[in-house]
Design a protein around this ligand. Structure first.
Ligand SMILES: [Fe+2]
Length: 191
């Protein structure tokens, strides 16, 4: 299995294929199934049933070999499958950077959204291919598939920023994204 390169990193060219959604050379790939998203969907019973049953892949993250260490600038491509759990659109777990630093997402394929929460304010960005979503330091962030095909985006982020998933379990995300005739409806987080 591919791994992150060990620092110090030498300059390198990374082939980015926005159609095949690959980075080459490649680093590790992360697969998140429904069972990995405990405590995140409002309908815990529907989540539990789906986890215990088919336990579908909700999203995958492929990385370049640039490691997640301070001062490096890793990249990854996330693909979220289309679907919803009791109407709540499939999404990433969402995280806060414990070491507050910014990040950019570039939408590649499909339709999605970028939900951000700073503990008080919620922001939503529609993400269509070509959109760069900017995540300022201190804003927790979650991506959502609002369409009916896989939604993919490229992330570029400070390697030392870290991923605090517990922050979202503790504070929520301010809003939840539900399927609607218009694609997405934001509702108060509740629970
Ligand atoms: Fe991040």
């Amino acid at each position: 299995m591919p791994e992150f390169h060990a620092p110090p990193i030498s300059p390198l060219a990374i082939a980015f294929d926005a159609e095949k959604l690959t980075l080459s050379p490649e680093g590790p790939t992360l697969t998140r199934r429904m069972s990995d998203l405990e405590g995140l969907f409002l309908d815990a019973e529907a989540w539990s049933t789906a986890s215990a049953g088919e336990n579908p892949v909700v999203y995958t993250v492929v990385s370049s070999p640039v490691p997640e260490v301070d001062r490096e600038l890793p990249q990854s491509i996330t693909t979220i499958m289309p679907g919803d759990t009791s109407g709540e659109l499939w999404m990433t777990k969402g995280h806060q950077h414990p070491n507050h630093q910014g990040e950019i997402y570039l939408a590649l394929k499909g339709r999605g959204g970028l939900l951000m929460f700073d503990g008080e304010r919620t922001e939503w960005l529609d993400m269509l291919p070509g959109t760069i979503g900017y995540i300022p330091p201190g804003w927790a962030h979650r991506s959502v598939n609002t369409g009916d095909e896989p939604y993919s985006f490229l992330a570029v982020y400070p390697g030392g920023a870290g991923h605090d998933y517990g922050w979202v379990l503790e504070h929520g995300m301010g809003s939840r994204a539900y399927r609607s005739p218009e694609g997405v409806e934001l509702r108060p987080y509740a629970g």
